[in-house]
Design a protein around this ligand. Sequence first.
Ligand SMILES: Nc1nc2c(ncn2[C@@H]2O[C@H](COP(=O)(O)OP(=O)(O)OP(=O)(O)O)[C@@H](O)[C@H]2O)c(=O)[nH]1
Ligand SMILES: [Zn+2]
Length: 206
Amino acid sequence: MTATAEARPWRPRVVPDTVPVDLAAAEDAARDLLAALGQPLDAPHLAETPRRMAHAYAELLRPEAFDFTTFPNDEEYDELVLVQDIPLTSVCEHHMLPFTGVAHVGYLPRDRILGLSKLARLVEVTARRPQTQERLTKQVADHLQERLDPRGVGVVVEAEHTCMSLRGARAVGSRTVTSALLGLLRSDPSSRAEFLALTRGHRDER
Ligand SMILES: Nc1nc2c(ncn2[C@@H]2O[C@H](COP(=O)(O)OP(=O)(O)OP(=O)(O)O)[C@@H](O)[C@H]2O)c(=O)[nH]1
Ligand SMILES: [Zn+2]
């Protein structure tokens, strides 16, 4: 790469793997599901519900492509970059019920820095599929490591799973915390401690 090319923003597109969505078939299936669950679908107030269910799930499962815009790290900034409290909505793959919370995503830059909003977009694109919280956390970290090649990556996710709070165990208010640390944020004790203290300190304030 020439010096001029390096000075420019670099914008590879992140395009999620998606398959075409058949909303009409989803609506029929939602109608069948509700009928099988004994719901009176001929009642006027439920007439539109299968269509809404199909659209709602399609929306929850529809990731949007985005540009992974990076810039040269001209100032050789070498401290932690951390975006806290990125809102998160995903769907648990076991029950297809939502889990919601926040992600804290950070990295230690090397040659390039990332457009800050791209950390939030990366969380969003990774969340819009049937997930476990552990996989979601690891995928965000791995993706950032592969694309940006920073010296370290840290991801903490805190979420409430409605499959555990609204039904089943009914553990209302319980939060699950997961983390993925790579590179120096995993191996260097002081970098690791700083990242975890910043994310934990933030949690304790709430
Ligand atoms: N590890 C992990 N488990 C999850 C996640 N989301 C939901 N689960 C769990 O997946 C498990 C599925 O367990 P099963 O026993 O097959 O399902 P179930 O009979 O509906 O279980 P209960 O929820 O306990 O009523 C439950 O313990 C859920 O709490 C997640 O993101 N990560
Ligand atoms: Zn679940």
